[in-house]
Design a binder for this molecule. Sequence first.
Ligand code: AVJ
Ligand code: FE
Length: 442
Amino acid sequence: MTTLHDLGIEDLRAHAAEHLIRARERSTALTDAVDDDDLVRQHSRLMSPLVWDLAHVGNQEELWLVRDVGGRDAVRSDIDELYDAFKHPRSDRPALPLLGPAEARGYVREVRDKVLDVLDHAPLEGRALVEHAFAFGMVAQHEQQHDETMLATHQLRLGTPVLHAPEPPDGRRLPAEEVLIPAGEFTMGTSTEPWALDNERPAHRVRTDAFFIDTAPVTYGAFLRFVEAGGYDDPRWWSAAGWQHRRSARLQGPKYLARDGDGWSRLRFGVHEPVRPAEPVTHVSFHEAEAYATWAGKRLPTEAEWEKAARFDPATGRSCRFPWGDEDPTAEHANLGQRHLRAAPAGAYPAGASPLGVQQLIGDVWEWTASDFTPYPGFAVFPYEEYSQVFFGSDYKVLRGGSFGTDPVACRGTFRNWDFPIRRQIFAGLRCARDVRPGELG
Ligand code: AVJ
Ligand code: FE
């Protein structure tokens, strides 16, 4: 098992540097793919201009690693306010006096040069912020999270395709449509994963009843049967808030789809193509996910149910880091890290199955859960309130498992993402769960 606990101090420094460098390669590729005009433009009111994300990543890195951990002088304290996500909503960011593309690139390079020097010399003990190089891992995750956001901006942008990637592996027949997860307690969250973020902590025991969960995420083929059965026109399947949103936003199906003769076509990173029925549905809101599940006679899993399906090993009673065990994800386990530019068809990752046989929990698409984003019992802010604390409450729904655009450093069996229930520009889909029917288990 690969864990940071076992690394000596120099290996830990090298490990942190590798993650920072890999994140920067991805940010560079996502921003070099388009011209300067495209970088400063707002492709959607929901998103920042790409050049904002780039300098924001550098500014967070400067705040945490140059100034706080490194105790060094500021590189550009004059721009902190511009890149504070809480000071300016995304829709206002294009009008700000932002660093231009060349300036932003120079800024993030200058910060990074200092950070690699800090990483060479900083003591990695004595403060929780630096234990196991946490702050460096947090900053690498932050950059990767913004890289996924930038990937969503690429999906929103119009124009000729600029991103390319090989096809994901083929789908395979699923051994069963659903998996039974037994009743009982399991350990949710973590107190030991060194780079886990505050909202994943602490580990705590949670009991669930027995439930069934789908073996794989809901596919386009299945979801479009709901659409074609008139599901978007029938309030029976929708919550009150969902129906009201479906009407006011005039939703007719997943984002980026259009009818094409008898079938459906899809716009994906600038390419129009036929929908692939076996591919997990992507770009649906929580409300659409919930309506589908209701129509199918099922429901969304709670966050606890999702995590139990993903981590609980009935043979040992332990919760693993990932469905397949404790090893870090490889290309055999899951579709992560923008290796492919789409979710893989159902059944494509048998090696990533959980002990009970649930597949594709990690990677492919973020999965909406039924749960609000709330703190675990014993939650403590670490290291800053604006990561999680200010978002807790009933405004946000939790998503689990990561997407094809999530880097492995920012994805774990315990990782919690959240968004508004109306959002669908993210790479989000769903899988259904259901209660056990009376008498069903004999
Ligand atoms: C965890 C994806 C909801 O993008 O709003 C980035 C991550 N926090 N910068 C977001 C984040 C601060 C966050 N999500
Ligand atoms: Fe951020």
